[in-house]
Design a protein around this ligand. Structure first.
Ligand SMILES: [Zn+2]
Length: 329
C-alpha cells in the first residue's frame, strides 16, 4: 500500500513509515497519551527534522535552555554550542558586569554552571566600567585610543578565560602593551548572577516551530485535508527552508491564554492552538514553548479547500506530563 507523506508529498510504501513523529518534539517532554503522528510523516522527513531542525530548537534556543530549569532534562544532558551559539549571555551586575559567559555542565556539582568566555575588557578614562571583547575580536590600539579607552593605568585592562601568555600574544598583535599586575578572584560559586540573554531566532528555529503547528493540525485533521495545495508554502518552508514573500512565522509578546499577562507569571507548559484567522480565509497556528514568547504560524493563506471546524488548543504541562484541552469562552 502506498501512502503520501504530508511534508514531501511523495507516495511511499508503508514500510517507509516506521518512525513516529511527535507533535511536540520529545526533547521538550514526553506526555501521557502523547500527540503523535503515525504513517503520516515518512521516515526520511522524520529523520531530516530530527537531525536539522529539532536539534537546534532543543540545544540552541532560550526555550531549549529552559528545559533544564523546568526539569524536562537533567543537567548532564546539557550540550553547549559554545562560541557558535545563537544565545549570548552577559553578566549584568557586580565586578563581572559586561562579561560574556556561556553555560556548561559541571560534573563536580552536577549542575549547569556559567563560565566566562575568553575575553579582554578595556576601561574608559574616568570610568569604572569595562567594555569586553572576545579574544579574536580585540580592536586596534588606534580605535581604543580614539574612543577614550585607558590603556595605561593599573587595572585598565582585565581579562578572563585566558592565560597570560595567550593574552600577551593577542594584545601584542594589536600593538597594545600589557603588564600583569595581579589575578582577579573568581566569583563565588554560590552567588546568583543577574544575566542578560540575547538570542537570535533564525529560519531554522522558525521552521522547527512551524512544524509543531503543522503537526498539530495534522494530528486533528485527516491527511486528505493536509494535502491541499494551500499548505504547500508552509510545507516547503518546513521541509526545505523555502521562504515566500510574507512571514510564515512571527513572534509576538502576547500570551496565548487570555487571562495571562504579556510579561510575568504564566502557567507551566507548552501551548499550541490552531484556528481560522480573523479574515476567515487563512489558517493560523500559535506555539509557545514553556509559555514564553508566542510564535504565530501562518499555515495557509486564502484557503480554498473545505471549510471545516478546525479550532483546537492544548496545554502540555511539563510537570504533570498531562495534556489539557483549552476551553474557549
Ligand atoms: Zn516525507
Amino acid at each position: 500500500m502506498m501512502m503520501k507523506c504530508i511534508y514531501c508529498l511523495e507516495d511511499k510504501p508503508e514500510a517507509l513509515y516506521r518512525k513516529t513523529e511527535h507533535v511536540i518534539p520529545q526533547s521538550f517532554g514526553v506526555f501521557k497519551n502523547n500527540f503523535t503522528l503515525n504513517k503520516v510523516v515518512c521516515d526520511n522527513c522524520n529523520k531530516y527534522f530530527g537531525d536539522n531542525l529539532e536539534i537546534d530548537l532543543a540545544r540552541d534556543t532560550y526555550e531549549g535552555h529552559s528545559r533544564f530549569e523546568f526539569n524536562v532534562k537533567k543537567p548532564d544532558d546539557y550540550k553547549s554550542y559554545g562560541k557558535n551559539s545563537r544565545i549570548i549571555i552577559r553578566i549584568a551586575e557586580g565586578p563581572l558586569k559586561g562579561t560574556y559567559a556561556y553555560r556548561e555542565y559541571s560534573p563536580d556539582s552536577n549542575k549547569i554552571v556559567l563560565k566566562l568566555v575568553p575575553q579582554v575588557g578595556f576601561r574608559k578614562l574616568d570610568s569604572d566600567e569595562y567594555e569586553y571583547y572576545l579574544l579574536d575580536e580585540i580592536p586596534d590600539k588606534e580605535y581604543l585610543e580614539k574612543n577614550d579607552f585607558d590603556l595605561k593605568h593599573t587595572q585598565a585592562i582585565k581579562a578572563f578565560g585566558t592565560d597570560v601568555n595567550q593574552l600577551e600574544q593577542k594584545l601584542k598583535e594589536k600593538n597594545i602593551s600589557f603588564k600583569l599586575r595581579g589575578e582577579i578572584a573568581p566569583p563565588d560559586k554560590s552567588d546568583d548572577l543577574l544575566c542578560e540573554i540575547e538570542g537570535e531566532i533564525d529560519r531554522t528555529i522558525f521552521r522547527a516551530i512551524a512544524k509543531i503547528a503543522f503537526n498539530y493540525l495534522a494530528f486533528w485533521q485527516t491527511s486528505e485535508f493536509l494535502y491541499y495545495r494551500d499548505f504547500d508554502n508552509v510545507r516547503k518552508y518546513i521541509r526545505y527552508g523555502e521562504a515566500v514573500n510574507y512571514p510564515i512565522v512571527r513572534v509576538i509578546d502576547k500570551a496565548i491564554l487570555a487571562d495571562e499577562p504579556s510579561t510575568g507569571k504564566r502557567r507551566l507548559g507548552h501551548l499550541i492552538t490552531v484556528n481560522w484567522a480573523g479574515d476567515n480565509l487563512s489558517i493560523v497556528g500559535q506555539v509557545s514553548l514553556f509559555n514564553w514568547v508566542t510564535y504565530v504560524v501562518c499555515l495557509a493563506r486564502n484557503f480554498s479547500g473545505e471549510r471545516r471546524n478546525i479550532k483546537k488548543g492544548h496545554l502540555f504541562n511539563t510537570n504533570s506530563q498531562e495534556i489539557y484541552m483549552l476551553e474557549t469562552k
